[in-house]
Design a protein around this ligand. Sequence first.
Ligand code: SAM
Length: 286
Amino acid sequence: MASETDQLDQLVAAVQASARYRAVAEPLIRSLGERELAKRRGLKEAIKATKNKLHQVAGAYIEEPRYDAWLAEMCGAWAPTDDAAPAESEQRRRAALRQVMARHASTRERLPILDQFYAQTLASIGPIRSVLDIACGLNPLALRWAPLANEVTYTAYDIYGDMMAFLGGYFALEASHGRTGLRGQAETRDMISSPPERHADLALLLKAIPCLEQVEKTAGERLLRAIRADHLLVSFPVHSLGGRSKGMAASYEARFHDLMAQTGIGTGAEVTRFAFATELAFLISR
Ligand SMILES: C[S@@+](CC[C@H](N)C(=O)[O-])C[C@H]1O[C@@H](n2cnc3c(N)ncnc32)[C@H](O)[C@@H]1O
């Protein structure tokens, strides 16, 4: 009979053999697989359960990715045109960004509120010179909507290596077309086992806590304790991926207050609530 380590290696290899999960950070596959094997289900079932969990917390949000094509489309929108006024170029670029953000469910449902979302939630703080975007999805593409300083370091984290390479390409595109003060970095990293160590003016934890808590109940609490940032923008969805909303906002708001009490991070801090049509957000300033 295969040892536990052999079984786990086989599970990881089987999950990575599937095109959908090839680019997922290995430590997350490993820790999910370890839990499933510990349930003594047998290798085949544990592989299936690991894939299901990955789908639930990440795969279900993103459309079939076509990162090369998306980046090429964006490069087209960034290409200089002699006769375009600056406002027109800005509009063209924002339209291209919106199109790509529509490929991830989380940014897609933020599109109708995007013009207000960062303008309102971040109005009281600044200058923002460094950002951590935790479990970011495609949200870094929204940085043009955020009131950031010209000189800004933007560090984004998610579990997909191919998505992070694409975001790296986007940061390079911005930096080479006028935003020379943008230092963007996208890291493939499991935020449950390796939370960010670096300090930032602002940390974004947008609609991420419910996903992380599906893997580990204490993940939200541990991450909130670990994040080192002066301001923390935490948000929750108000509809499920299937569109159901009954009681969701109220139960996530209660979860947020539990987390504040458990971690004590709201103590002595200013906490401001923002209720948007598609998202409930809290800014914690300390
Ligand atoms: C609900 S989406 C939120 C995306 C983004 N923050 C936004 O609001 O647009 C959750 C994201 O968390 C990522 N994710 C899931 N588990 C993760 C983990 N353990 N570490 C880092 N990212 C994770 C998923 O890939 C997905 O992009």
